[in-house]
Design a protein around this ligand. Sequence first.
Ligand code: KMH
Ligand code: ZN
Length: 274
Amino acid sequence: MSEPVILTAAVVGAEVTRAQSPHVPYTPAEIAAAAVDAWRAGAAVVHLHARWPDGRPSQEAGHFREIIDRIRGAGCDVVVQCSTGGAVGMSVDERLGSLVDGAEMGTLNLGTMNFGDGIFVNARPDVVRIAARLRERRLVPECEVYDAGMLDTLRWLLERGHVAPPYHVQLVLGVPGGMAASERNLRFLVEGLPAAVPWTAAGVGKAQLALAALAVKLGGHVRVGLEDNLYLSKGVLAKGSHELVEAAVRLARAAGREPATPRQARGMLGMGAA
Ligand code: KMH
Ligand code: ZN
């Protein structure tokens, strides 16, 4: 039996706007509904950001609490992962606001980079500090890798105990400023991963589903959703992240792999059964 695929839905992010797609959720109620729809479609993990009602990115604890309460209130057992990346320009203190009770995983961005026209600052002491907060709160870190050197930073963190199993790696390809979403780049990064670590690929932009298919083939897991890509196919907006999850389920099954349940995902990520 092939290993199930953990599908992560990144339902909003910090960058996409309603001017680009009317389907981008903003309020906690909309973001929670998008997460529940993605779970119903087959997502085992939701990667959460929050927004102010006017769409500006938010790392307010109250927004994250409300989103998580609404998700659980809908009877949804999806794994909840909160972003500590927030948006370009936020301080580390602000970014840490997302790590509220009820979070199970938190992201750990492994380096500073150009991010579109902005600079996403993750100085090494900031990374160490966020890693320490994740450990204190017993959250499984998802290490976000956008470029090859960040795998060396991961090794540095592991050698010093700042990150220790269980942890997860997210290979985010296609951010302008990071590595492009190409087959060659994904294969190169996968070859350089520490042994036995579970990994996911997130393709940003139009390569999202092609990169997902490659990740499934290489034995990895998949992230899709409006944070990274607004389109189901050329010129066709996805009506929500759930449509992208449905597409990922189809391509996983075509390769002989079933979508993992949240319970299976918790086991595979070293979190034990729910
Ligand atoms: N919004 C990006 C600047 C994460 O969620 O940890 C960072 C980001 C990564 O989305
Ligand atoms: Zn994010």
